[in-house]
Design a protein around this ligand. Sequence first.
Ligand code: ATP
Ligand code: LTN
Length: 327
Amino acid sequence: MPKRIFSGVQPTANLHLGNYLGAIRNWVGLQHEYESFFCVVNLHAITAPQDPRELAARTRDVARIYLAAGVDPQVSTIFVQSDVHEHAELEWLLNGVTRLSELERMTQFKDKAKKQRENVLAGLLMYPVLMAADILLYQTDLVPVGHDQKQHIELTRDIAVRFNRDYGETFRLPEPFIPKVGAKIMSLDDPSKKMSKSDENPAGRIALLDDADTIRRKFKRAVTDSGTEIRFDESRPAITNLLSIYQLLTGKTAAEVEANFEGKGYAQLKSELTDATIEFMRPFQERFHSIGDEELTRILSDGRDRAREIARPIVREVMKRMGIAGA
Ligand code: ATP
Ligand code: LTN
């Protein structure tokens, strides 16, 4: 069997540079080495309240972002999670080998539950089981994601190991693929927090559809550290974060980046970073806007058909092993 990758992004809000640099960008390189499945995980989005019309529009926009970033539908399978109902089916089946205590331990659940307080939806707790279903459904080898998803992939492995032990060898064990640079892009207004799309204040993130003026303004206001030297230094997280974004967007090495800014000040760093970001965004956004509705519909329905071909027999096999009708 060819080696496979699977990854996805939730269509919950405007995607930002962190989503691109930590995840989507790496898919583009990997798609030629692996058989690739890139999913818009809209069922995950309803683990928090959503406006139905916005959710539907964003689901298509996230697929457009995949394409604009360079995911090639001739090479990779791009589809919407809810179009392949096997994801929800396998999730329910995997609930039969997942422990409540494992779900309650997940840091993303704890963090998000704290924010939602008494309105925490049951789906938020089950979120990692649906993610495990996404991954295991395709016998995935590698899952390219940002650092925050590592714990969910470890849980996916635990679920797979338990299923294989209790019901016989069925699932392949996936590995995370977390980039060395970019796996955790930090917020521009608080470098102790990750850049996040659910953060109420948009100043901390550069959205992938921000215009040039907005980008310039956000970088101008980005916090910096004390000291004046511009180099990678863990004890100065704000500057290190700006340098990492610059490094990834320009394709330079860390040493080249430091040499470039030697003797220069913060204002120069911010100005060059703004230019590099706008230079990346312009063609990216042009591609985003050039993808027609019909073309997108065709790509997503092709993707759905390819995904279902693989997903269907796996769910059948799992049902058979568990003694559930329909096998
Ligand atoms: P939220 O902050 O609302 O939880 P998010 O911005 O983390 O949302 P997701 O859809 O949960 O967005 O993540 C999509 C992908 O982007 C995942 O692979 C995730 O690891 C990655 N990612 C998210 N934020 C960052 C970040 N700040 N730096 C690097 N990668 C990130
Ligand atoms: N939880 C992921 C999104 C996601 C995902 C997946 C990523 C859902 N299913 C399967 C990789 C593989 C997140 O980024 N928040």
